[in-house]
Design a protein around this ligand. Structure first.
Ligand code: PLP
Length: 400
């Protein structure tokens, strides 16, 4: 039997879908080799260019997910025995490195404390010491979804430039694109890779990449075995508005609508909304007296918050109670964080009232598992913050 009321899907992706996106996908399956495709694919690729903030990058669309996008980024730019630099700042950074390893790439994985971001000074030191330029690429996860830490990609780029190193910069933007400022051109990123189910407000099902001219050139040189994720035929067909094999056609209609929505709201407003909602959640966590896993406030993620439960409590019990008693899904602790943290997702199609309800749900779940949190303190802190923001916006001079 369905539980009454709305299910609160507050995991850090997949996210809630806007009705407009759902309606755009509620249509007969089109002929993917038919005449409708070129205009659709062209608008999607152009919209994604705007969201990646690029003029020079080429957008490539695969059926798949974030993991497929990892694989595409690796097999098209690297070959066995190539050496790359990567940072173990969380579960997804570790898995991205593992993906490269499986293709025979030699990965120097720098151990970091989970809860911190990629240390730009270490990028500089490692690249500076690599006088023979043996590193082919630097792998960075922009927003580490297991810890709620956003790394400073601009800082990484500055370190690479300061070291005068020609390595490619490959960036996972799976849980940042369309929610947290990401600048493909300005930060001279070579490959940015994403799935559709987070900031792009779609169901899971596609892998989206943005690639630089340098990365394209490199993909023509590497001899790695690749087939499904070979981006050369995919890009050739995408440019004409088609695909070399069956694409996720209905998702393309949803993606076109989601991109229209993001661009209508305006990227700066989308980023500001996420920053505001995230700060509301952090105020609540502080009011509960619980630790936010991310150590440096400059690296706080605006798409999710990982909250540490006190010693002696199991974070997964909070999740179970939230799900079973309140119809609220939260993210579990991943890898070595299992049982120690729960994650609150606050990205995608979301507003203040939904965040307040989520905070109330978390507060109730904490209470029900016996974590000593006075009822109302988190909601109150979050609501106070939103009240101040709303009052400020009401008095701010209008931009138009
Ligand atoms: N990278 C990051 C940062 C993620 O958060 C995820 C999934 O949550 C992935 C990669 C893997 O993506 P997928 O589960 O879509 O394969």
């Amino acid at each position: 039997m369905d539980k009454p009321g709305r299910h609160f899907l507050q995991i850090p992706g997949p996210t809630n879908l806007p009705d407009r996106v759902l309606r755009a996908m509620d249509r007969p399956i089109p002929d993917h080799r038919g005449p409708e495709m070129p205009a659709l694919v062209a608008e999607v690729r152009e919209g994604l260019r705007a969201v990646f903030q690029t003029r020079t990058g080429e957008v490539i669309l695969f059926p798949g997910s974030g993991t497929g996008a990892w694989e595409a980024s690796i097999v098209n730019t690297l070959e066995p025995q190539d050496r790359v630099l990567a940072f173990d700042v969380g579960q997804f950074s570790r898995l991205y490195a593992e993906c490269a390893r499986r293709f025979g790439v030699e990965v120097d994985l720098v151990a970091c404390r989970w809860g911190t971001g990629v240390p730009a000074e270490v990028v500089y030191d490692r690249l500076r010491a690599d006088r023979q330029h043996t590193y082919r690429a630097v792998l960075v996860v922009h927003n580490e979804t297991s810890t709620g830490v956003t790394s400073d990609v601009a800082g990484v780029r500055a370190a690479m430039d300061a070291a005068g190193h020609p390595a490619l910069l490959l960036v996972d933007v799976v849980s940042s694109l369309g929610s947290i400022d990401f600048r493909f051109d300005e930060w001279k990123v070579d490959v940015a890779l994403c799935g559709t189910q987070k900031g792009l407000m779609l169901p899971p099902g596609m892998a989206v990449l943005c690639v630089s001219p340098r990365a394209l050139e490199r993909s023509r040189e590497v001899r790695s075995a690749r087939y499904f994720f070979d981006w050369r035929p995919m890009l050739e067909e995408n440019r004409r508005g088609y695909f070399p094999y069956t694409p996720a056609t209905l998702l393309l209609y949803g993606l076109r609508e989601a991109l229209r929505m993001l661009l209508e709201e305006g990227l700066p407003n989308v980023f500001a909304r996420h920053a505001r909602l995230a700060e509301g959640v952090r105020r609540a966590a502080r009011a509960w007296g619980l630790r936010i896993l991310c150590e440096d406030p400059r690296e706080y993620s605006n798409t999710l918050t990982a909250v540490v439960v006190p010693e002696g409590f199991d974070a997964d019990r909070v999740l179970r109670v939230a799900e079973e008693r309140l119809h609220l899904s939260l993210g579990t602790g991943l890898g070595e964080l299992r049982g120690r943290v729960f994650r609150i997702g606050h990205l995608g199609w979301l507003n203040e009232l939904e965040v307040l309800a989520t905070v109330a749900g978390v507060e109730l779940a904490l209470h029900l598992v016996g974590i000593p949190v006075p009822l109302g303190v988190g909601v109150s802190a979050c609501e106070r913050f939103f009240a101040d923001c709303l009052a400020e916006r009401a008095t701010a001079p209008s931009a138009t």
